[in-house]
Write a protein that binds this ligand. Structure first.
Ligand code: TMP
Length: 204
């Protein structure tokens, strides 16, 4: 078994940005090259993740601070699972991680406190923020489903996008990828960045 800690790669972006598609495409690409890869997502489908989903659908009404804590608690449990896999020689790709909390929750809750309650989260080796204009995201979401969730209004999405842009400048290993292009072109940029990062060297 490979004893080196394996790469932890995260996809971020607005709902409808294409982040889930890109996470799956990377999963497929790495698997086809023979790597052992696990694709996971947040909110998780555990107990806390289910509570969060009820809040996102507005079935459960909770205040923004409590929602931020629920996301952090869901992430704490998820992080244990991710760390175990990374130590066992598996590359982990997560569809959303702590930058989602920084970007989404910070439109209503102080960012410093969100950072604090997420202190125990891992620092991913690479994060790809799929950057797609909010109006295009909303058009895509409306085609896929009838109900709208908590963070799916254009002005909120604009504010969340601004935070993502700031985070891309401030945080190490975070890449802003133009998501308003054909899926395969976006993927090709992502594969190139990962190849050039050196993270895959010596893992075959
Ligand atoms: P998704 O399952 O379609 O990605 O939707 C999850 C929603 O939850 C999406 O609107 C982003 C939001 N979210 C947060 O607000 N904070 C977080 O920490 C995470 C992981 C997701």
């Amino acid at each position: 078994m490979n004893k080196r800690r394996m790469p932890f790669i995260v996809f971020e972006g607005l709902d409808g940005s294409g982040l889930t598609t890109q996470a799956s495409r990377l999963h497929e690409w790495l698997s086809s090259k023979g790597y052992e890869v696990f694709l996971t997502k947040e909110p998780t489908d555990g107990l806390i993740g289910s509570l969060i989903r009820s809040a996102l659908r507005r079935e459960l009404i909770i205040d923004p601070d409590t929602l931020a804590l629920l996301f952090a608690a869901d992430r704490t449990l998820h992080t244990k699972e991710i760390s175990k896999l990374l130590n066992e020689g598996v590359i982990v790709i997560s569809d959303r991680y702590r930058l989602s909390s920084f970007a989404f929750q910070s439109i209503e809750v102080e960012l410093e406190w969100i950072r604090k309650i997420n202190e125990k989260a891992l620092t991913p080796d690479l994060t790809f923020i799929i950057d797609t204009p909010p109006l295009i995201c909303l058009r895509r979401i409306q085609k896929q489903r009838f109900h709208m969730e908590l963070y799916e209004e254009v002005d909120k999405l604009e504010r969340i996008r601004e935070v993502y842009h700031r985070l891309a400048e401030e945080e190490r290993g975070v890449f802003l990828i133009d998501g308003n292009r054909p899926e395969n072109v976006v993927s090709s940029d992502i594969f190139t960045i990962l190849r050039d990062s050196g993270l895959l060297e010596g893992l075959e």
